[in-house]
Design a protein around this ligand. Structure first.
Ligand code: SRM
Ligand code: SF4
Length: 554
């Protein structure tokens, strides 16, 4: 069944690209050696994603360069595969160096616990990937029609519960890793090491119909937003031991403005599996999607639509048919929120762990705020680990009592506050302009100033300590998971956003569209009376999203 595609309608062009790619090689090696252009061919642009890389151009420069009849300012974005987001200090230092030597001098922590390097020009791409390989990291399958970076509630050093979950994330990631040797051959060794034709036991020649995403959460935190992914696992803990996971399928955020056939959905729980069985459950879900996913219309090709079209009962039965040990009935669980555990916490080994606020995941030195330099100094001075959180923050893990004091002093010396306002800490923005080819408007560069205005409104109403999730994206693809925020803003046109309200505080409900194409003033005018009403009329412990729903605003 592996290489058989069941659809009889015309296949999407990407299917032909994959079929002809010789397991993800295409003409990438030749294209990367071509010095006449900073770009690569259209088909190779699709293939290179499977290796964690995108061709981009600087959109701030597009109009000016077009006027001067110049080619676009091309560069590549590379994304790490780092399940659960865990890096050693040595690996972090190598990534920082890479950003300086080959990228745009910043590291971008992503909403899926990875790091992106922007601005890598063609001649720097292979050297950059060799630097990544030299510290035993890679970018394999960080994008493309395969399983992506597996997310997990951090952090494995705090307790054995988290350690079990992180290990499951690594096990699933390894189990679903493509077997093709193309990444090493094209970017690292520069020659074909594998003489025999490879095969992809799980994916087959045509891989998956579309991207595939997996996350694990350890309640009460739903920091990884388990309801937003193709497949997720909710850890079930008894007597301080993870006994297994509830399995969630069919979540996804992406939509297209004006296309009613595409929409965000939250996933559904279909059963429980043991820890040992988790990778096999992933294989059963992935192969079901491989065999039944839509390969003709990429907009309808995610798992959520396969389940919508065929029904959750059919899907559950199909997955169980593929499993030697069937899923058991789901176990009770409770989430309280989908943010990170901000600030310091102490683990079972008495080491200290700091979840440091990093606005929209951008690690840089800007004026007197020198986060990038501070992290380098910390990595060089202490035996710590770095863990990217599911909400674009950074955990500095395993600090001793002495290191903790020094880390605080180093951050203060570099003008880096440990914390921000409650609202800012609960906010996320996707990258958008100037690098994202799909952005319709600003996100990362705009949200910080808008949060300042929201903060002022909240303070006027005595709500400055109230946690409310706010998320913004520059287009409807939903990279910062805005549709499940309590306040979601989705880019529609330059300076205009669709305003969504009423998502649940724990990320378990899709928010409702309340205003279309709203500019900043409209958004502020909509929220000001709502915040005032919420301050006066909310029920005890009622979250803002629930209030919007109860009072009919959303
Ligand atoms: Fe995303 C495409 C950035 C998480 C849904 N996403 C893109 C691209 C690669 C644009 C492109 O295709 O040319 C963006 C690159 C921008 C840039 O310049 O860096 C991009 N996505 C990101 C990141 C960096 C946002 C961030 O600010 O952190 C996140 C990287 C995660 C990672 O490390 O792997 C990122 N993207 C997400 C998420 C959130 C998640 O997975 O938890 C989603 C919504 C969940 C989902 O997939 O349903 C998401 N990205 C998309 C989509 C819509 C997919 C769909 O089903 O329709 C696209 C467009 C596409 O695939 O065609 C997209
Ligand atoms: Fe780009 Fe849209 Fe994703 Fe933002 S949501 S990074 S604008 S694809």
């Amino acid at each position: 069944m592996t290489d058989t595609v069941k659809n009889t309608v015309k296949l999407a062009h990407n299917e032909t690209i994959k079929t002809n790619s010789r397991y993800l090689r295409g003409t990438l090696a030749e294209g990367l050696s071509e010095v006449a252009t900073g770009a690569i061919s259209d088909d190779d642009q699709q293939l290179i994603k499977f290796h964690g890389i995108y061709l981009q151009d600087d959109r701030d420069l597009r109009a000016e360069r077009a006027k001067r009849k110049l080619d676009k300012a091309y560069s590549f974005m590379a994304r790490l595969r780092v399940p659960g987001g865990v890096l050693s200090a040595q690996q972090y230092l190598a990534m920082d160096k890479l950003a300086d030597e080959r990228g745009n001098h910043t590291l971008r922590l992503t909403t899926r616990q990875s790091i992106q390097f922007h601005g890598v020009i063609k001649s720097n791409l292979r050297p950059a990937l060799r630097q990544i390989d030299s510290v035993l990291l890679d970018t394999i399958a960080a994008c493309g029609d395969v399983n992506r970076n597996v997310m997990c509630t951090p952090n494995e050093f705090v307790s054995p519960i988290y350690a079990t979950a992180e290990q499951t994330a690594r096990d699933i990631s390894n189990h679903l890793l493509p077997h093709s040797n193309a990444w090493r051959e094209i970017f690292i060794d520069g020659e074909q090491v594998t003489k025999e034709p490879e095969n992809e036991p799980i994916y087959g020649l045509t891989y998956l119909p579309r991207k595939f995403k997996i996350a694990i959460a350890v309640p009460p935190q739903n920091d990884t937003d388990v309801f937003a992914h193709d497949l997720s696992y909710i850890a079930i803990v008894e007597n301080d031991v993870v006994i297994g996971y509830n399995v969630v399928v069919g979540g996804g955020m992406g939509a297209t403005h004006g296309d009613a056939e595409t929409y965000p959905l939250v996933g559904r729980v279909i059963g429980f599996c043991t820890v040992a069985n988790a990778p096999l459950v992933a294989e059963a879900v992935v192969t079901t999607q491989r065999d039944y996913g839509n390969r003709s219309n990429r907009r309808r090709a995610r798992l959520k639509y396969t389940i919508e079209d065929r029904g959750i009962e059919w899907f559950s039965a199909e997955v169980n048919n593929r499993l030697a040990t069937k899923l058991e009935p789901a176990r009770p669980y409770k989430f309280t929120g989908n943010g990170d555990r901000m600030g310091w916490e102490t683990g079972v080994d008495d080491r200290h762990h700091l979840t440091l606020f990093v606005e929209n995941g951008r690690v840089a030195d800007i004026g007197t705020w020198r986060l990038k330099s501070a992290l380098v100094q910390i990595a060089k001075s202490h035996d710590v680990s770095f863990i990217i959180s599911p909400n674009q923050n950074l955990i500095i893990a395993r600090a001793t009592d002495i290191a903790r004091k020094d880390i605080e002093a180093t951050l203060a010396d570099h003008g880096v506050p440990l914390r921000a306002s409650v609202l800012r800490e609960s906010a996320m923005a996707c990258v958008a302009l100037p690098t994202c080819a799909l952005a319709l408007t600003e996100s990362e560069r705009y949200l910080p100033s808008l949060i300042t205005k929201f903060d002022a409104l909240l303070a006027e109403n005595g709500l400055d300590k109230q946690s409310i999730t706010v998320r913004m994206t520059g287009c409807p693809n939903g990279c910062a998971r805005p549709y499940i925020a309590e306040i979601g803003m989705v880019g529609r046109n330059p300076g205009k956003y669709n305003l969504h309200l009423g998502g649940a505080h724990d990320g378990s409900r899709v928010a409702r569209l309340v205003k279309e194409d709203a500019d900043e003033q409209t958004i502020l005018d909509t929220l000001a009376p709502l915040f005032a009403g919420y301050a006066k009329n909310r029920n005890k412990d009622e979250y803002f999203g629930d209030f919007c729903l109860r009072t009919g605003v959303a």
